[in-house]
Design a protein around this ligand. Structure first.
Ligand SMILES: C[S@@+](CC[C@H](N)C(=O)[O-])C[C@H]1O[C@@H](n2cnc3c(N)ncnc32)[C@H](O)[C@@H]1O
Length: 193
């Protein structure tokens, strides 16, 4: 028996190949955002990165100060095997809620929907604590409900209430460029500490 949503629960999803969330490539809304970034020196964290398609895209585009984090050991091992050039010092097998650092940018892609919804305010607070002043949390959140979970859904008004206490600027807009099955069901978020 594994605790629901524990590191062991998630690691077993990778062991079993039960990873229906994995797009096999960078999420298109995040690619569009990354492609307009000019500063390749940004210190970037991608938490709950799984197989890390966003991480390898950024690294290949020349963002060398990108850090990958996931608490499922198999996901991290697979990422490093597929990306042998990636510095192991920037690969963290760790719990997001226990991690420490000061980043310019955190990229969110299906970690928020994977945690227990009762931890959402803690996620917002922890994201802010991992950013330097003026740093940004950017990415994609589901804008729909699901039966059960994970993934756990939600709506813009709930999210705004959860993030506003910790960020000075909160922007959440419907994505125009989601992958087919997620079209109309995603918000692109840009939050500034
Ligand atoms: C739904 S998967 C998404 C993976 C990846 N972002 C993607 O889109 O393919 C959620 C990921 O978050 C990780 N995760 C969940 N809770 C975590 C936590 N508290 N700390 C670190 N990683 C966590 C899981 O191990 C899993 O890899």
């Amino acid at each position: 028996m594994t605790d629901f949503l524990s590191d062991e629960f998630w690691n077993n999803r990778y062991v079993d190949g039960n990873t229906g969330w994995d797009l096999g490539e960078i999420s298109p809304p995040i690619k569009a955002y990354v492609d307009q970034l000019e500063n390749k020196e940004l210190k970037i964290l991608i938490p709950g990165a799984g197989n890390g398609h966003e991480v390898s895209y950024l690294f290949d585009q020349g963002f060398r100060n990108v850090h990958v984090l996931d608490f499922a050991p198999l996901a991290m091992q697979t990422f490093l095997e597929r990306n042998p050039e990636f510095p192991t010092s920037q690969a963290h097998t760790a719990n997001f809620f226990d991690f420490e650092g000061a980043f310019d940018l955190i990229i969110e892609q299906t970690l928020f929907c994977a945690i227990d919804p009762c931890l959402r305010s803690s996620y917002a607070e922890q994201s802010a604590s991992l950013l330097r002043n003026g740093g940004k949390l950017v990415g994609v959140l589901f804008n729909r409900e699901f039966d059960g979970g994970p993934p756990f859904g939600g709506s813009k008004s709930d999210y705004v209430d959860q993030f506003k206490p910790f960020f000075s600027e909160v922007s959440m807009e419907e994505c125009y460029n989601s992958i087919g099955p997620r079209q109309g069901n995603e918000l692109f978020i840009r939050l500034t500490k």
